[in-house]
Design a protein around this ligand. Sequence first.
Ligand code: NI
Length: 183
Amino acid sequence: MIYPIVAYGDPVLRRKAQNVEPGQIDLIKLSQDMFDTMYAAHGVGLACPQIGLSLRMFVVDGKPMDESMVGFKKVFVNPKILSETGESWAFEEGCLSIPGIREDVQRNPVIRMRYLDEHWKEHEEEFDDLRARIIQHEYDHIEGVLFTDYLSGFKKRILKGKLTGITRGKVDIDYKMRFPLKT
Ligand code: NI
């Protein structure tokens, strides 16, 4: 099942998401639906709040972004970032909930994570480079943070009109979205 992706301006994207409780949802089914939704939108990561579910879960598959990430297809449930280290680097990020906007964001290159997979198996693992980048972006979603929050006041003012347009559905996209203020 392909979900419509929630657009910028929807309050669910600003909520700190809740932990998934054991047996609360069918994780296999939900992660499959999230991958289907993400692939239909040509994304490399998708978090539960982006489909309107305020739960601490996201999926990633870096393959479409870079050949070096073949096999980096994972489900993260109730993840915790244990550490973020290394000298921060800039990378141009985008977001399926904020189509048409791409901006440089500074993040640390190495992270250590503890998380459950879709089989409720616990992992502790280190990720770096683009893998860490994708995870940090998705992790922000379950904390109610968007990449545009990191931009300077000047940049934010420049983008304000565009962001309001997204909230109202004024976007050119080829995937299903749900807009908070579309009339
Ligand atoms: Ni995003």
